[in-house]
Design a protein around this ligand. Structure first.
Ligand code: AMP
Ligand code: GLY
Length: 423
């Protein structure tokens, strides 16, 4: 079989490595992929958001099955277009991907169907938004409606920050049209859990839970990033919490999407906060998370391609999906300075013995060598029979692949370890 994976980061590398475990897979094309995954995939110079070029390539190449991983092409209807061209795919259609593409849609859906989430107001008019944030309770959280490269959420501790956030999003167009509407919501507190769910619109198969580490620096300090590391499973997602989330959040969400005529098929990402009043939805994504995928998929025992095809063909109920009874940790090695400015072009070396455990993200090729070409460069994933073992093993890999002017957090998994001890 000839497969195609749309996207080019560590998440896509993890998906590709897992798909290759199926002996029926002859080749995988990555659009655009990156130089660090060239051993596993044929990287094609087509951008992940160029839907017409993606469809043309898939038809010309005779792709048998496609996986669309990033948010932008999903929201822009890449799956609709591939399906119309007769190519079966994994991922939601645009009408379902809106669950990530519009925060206003997601909040209104949760309100309509009684799915627990932070209380909120929607504003389309900057003057009304300004008036509201001048007297709303603090802290407050301001979210641009549309996709904003993961930067559209601003937590405001002070009044002035809230006023400035409204001005920059709605008046100055910081996130372009994504900020034409905003959500202003209640600030929630509690540990966060990422739950990725395979669903074909009928059956929900939650994957092993995970914990992202979004801030750039140790101790959850510094700027928000795309994610500096992850562990799985997440100790806050106890069997009792998992049961409650399935009943109050996951199944009702899938149901709600069906009732709205927007059946969601693919990977539904539920970003949850476990508050003192119970689990609440912080955000939905219409796709696999990054770097959560780099800890979740290595724990999947069942063949990934079989699971994905069962989703596409709406027969997920027939397929038992099994997980390793282990822990996983992923440490992201980034370019020094990320998420702000950083220098590119430093050589990146991945020893052959470690390559199976390293996921390439911001990796480019220069003069026949691999170099850093992006902010998050490598994800180093290890499994262990305890969380401690997985963390230590992931750090041993990170030490060996760290390059000149790279950095990584030293405390990935520390909070999870503390939570385990407290339980
Ligand atoms: P993202 O949507 O990935 O940019 O991330 C936003 C992050 O902001 C989440 O992971 C939370 O840590 C935080 N956040 C979002 N909404 C809220 C909220 N209502 N209360 C507290 N923190 C929030
Ligand atoms: N790790 C969070 C995300 O993928 O959006």
């Amino acid at each position: 079989m000839k497969l195609m994976v749309v996207g080019g980061g560590g998440r896509e590398h993890a998906i590709i490595k897992k798909l290759l475990e199926n002996p029926a897979v002859d080749s995988i094309y990555a659009l655009p992929g990156n130089a660090g995954m060239a051993k596993e995939a044929v990287c094609v110079g087509i951008k992940a958001d160029d839907v017409p070029a993606i469809v043309r390539f898939a038809k010309e190449t005779g792709i048998d099955y496609a996986v669309v991983a990033p948010d932008n092409p999903l929201v822009d209807g890449c799956v609709n277009a591939l399906e119309a061209a007769g190519i079966p795919c994994f991922g939601p259609r645009a009408e379902a991907a809106i669950i990530e593409g519009s925060k206003v849609f997601a909040k209104d859906l949760m309100k309509k169907y009684g799915i627990p989430t932070a209380a909120y107001e929607v504003f389309r008019d900057p003057a009304a938004a300004l008036e509201y944030v001048r007297s709303c309770p603090l802290p407050t959280v301001i979210k641009a409606d549309g996709l904003a490269f993961g930067k559209g959420v601003i937590i405001c501790m002070e009044r002035e920050e809230a006023v400035n956030a409204v001005r920059s999003i709605m008046e100055e167009g910081q996130f372009g049209a994504s900020g034409n509407s905003i959500v202003v919501e209640e600030y929630l507190e509690g540990p966060e859990v990422s739950v990725l769910v395979f669903t074909d619109g009928r059956t929900a198969v939650p994957m092993v839970s995970s914990m992202d580490h979004k801030r750039a620096l140790d101790g959850d300090r510094g700027l928000n990033t795309g994610g500096m590391g992850a562990v799985a499973p997440n100790p806050y997602y106890t069997p009792a919490v998992a049961e409650r989330c399935l009943r109050e959040i996951i199944l009702p969400t899938i149901d709600a999407m069906n009732k709205e005529g927007r059946t969601f098929k693919g990977c539904l990402y539920c970003g949850l906060m476990i508050t003192k009043d119970g689990p609440k939805v912080i955000e939905y994504n219409c796709r696999f998370g990054d770097p959560e995928t780099q800890v979740v998929l290595p724990l999947l025992k069942t063949d990934l391609l079989s699971v994905m095809r069962a989703v596409t063909e709406e027969r997920l109920a027939e397929l038992p999906v099994e997980w390793e009874d282990k822990y996983a940790c992923c440490v992201v090695v980034a370019s020094e300075g990320y998420p702000e400015a950083y220098q590119k072009g430093f050589e990146v070396r991945i020893p052959d013995a470690l390559a199976p455990q390293v996921y390439a993200a911001g990796v480019a090729e220069k003069d026949g060598k691999l170099v850093n070409g992006g902010g998050r460069v490598l994800g180093c994933t290890a499994l262990g029979s305890s969380l401690r073992e997985a963390i230590d093993a992931a750090y041993r890999i990170a030490e060996q692949v760290a390059f000149e002017h790279s950095y990584y957090r030293k405390d990935i998994g520390a909070r999870a370890l503390r939570a385990q001890e407290e339980n």
